[in-house]
Design a protein around this ligand. Sequence first.
Ligand SMILES: [Zn+2]
Length: 345
Amino acid sequence: MMKPNAHSVKNVSKTATGFLFVFSYLRGRGRFLKPDATRRSTSLPQVGEIQFPRMPKAFFAVAVALAAVPAAQPARRAASLVVVGGTVITENAARQVLTPGAVAIRGTDIIDVDRPEVIAGRYAATETIDARDQIVLPGLINTHTHAPMVMFRGLADDLALMEWLQKYIFPAEAKTVSADFVRIGTRLAALEMIESGTTTYADMYYFEEEIAKATREAGLRGVLGETIIQFPSPDAKTPAEGLARAERFIAAFKGDSLIVPAVAPHAMYTNDKATLVASAELGRRYGVPVLIHLAETEDEVRIARDQYHLTPVGYLDSIGFLGPRTLAAHGIWVTDDDIQVLSQR
Ligand SMILES: [Zn+2]
């Protein structure tokens, strides 16, 4: 017996009216066939007897392909992939966990999540993955990365942040970081993220357009911030140059389906007030996130106290930096008052 192939069903599901038509046609199929039981079930004249004389030619072909489906079985919709049999952690409003469950995917979209028998009844899958003894869950989100820095893995471990940055990382970056370095490092980082179940990440680094391209290529989502820092960096001699670079990057990727471009002033202790304010204004002007390291170490808290008699959060708030699109990384040393301020801006 002929079964509808994925192609024909997909054509039907493109229009709601088309689908309803096929559904009602299948239910009443016996009646349509009655006038001439000897006629071959896939012949065009027979479909014509349904009295839709102006039906488009392509649609005739779809209806004919479906004509041989048994009347009791509703048409199954096409799915490019069904993942079946695993423990599905839905993270829906009811925090449902399906043991076992199944997930139907069409193209890049998850179109249904339910018990295996329900999904099997609704969808004809081009490809099926047996996920027995495995957990199926929404992708993890890493909220703070410098993806290409996988290339520095093992360099100067186990040091305090300021010593690590100033004695090792900033000098190493000045010598080695280029567009090539960033592209290669991001591709490696993307592989590691995919392997560990991370599908979205928030990054701040240099040559962020290379990171964006590699992220898209890997099929990951990224909130990607071009770094702004007061001293000469691998991709900008001055903060003003960095800001101009960030603006070009934001303009190039705004509205992208996978990339949310952003601006990333490194920290309150590596940028002066004018640079911090200009970064926040750039973010506001384009309606994009502003990423910053904040209250990461006790050293940072000490610097803010010594220079401004404020906490790092208090200082950023005093210059109008904070807003609803601020993404603060770390926040290890925030006070209760700082948390209040951050939640209100
Ligand atoms: Zn960081």
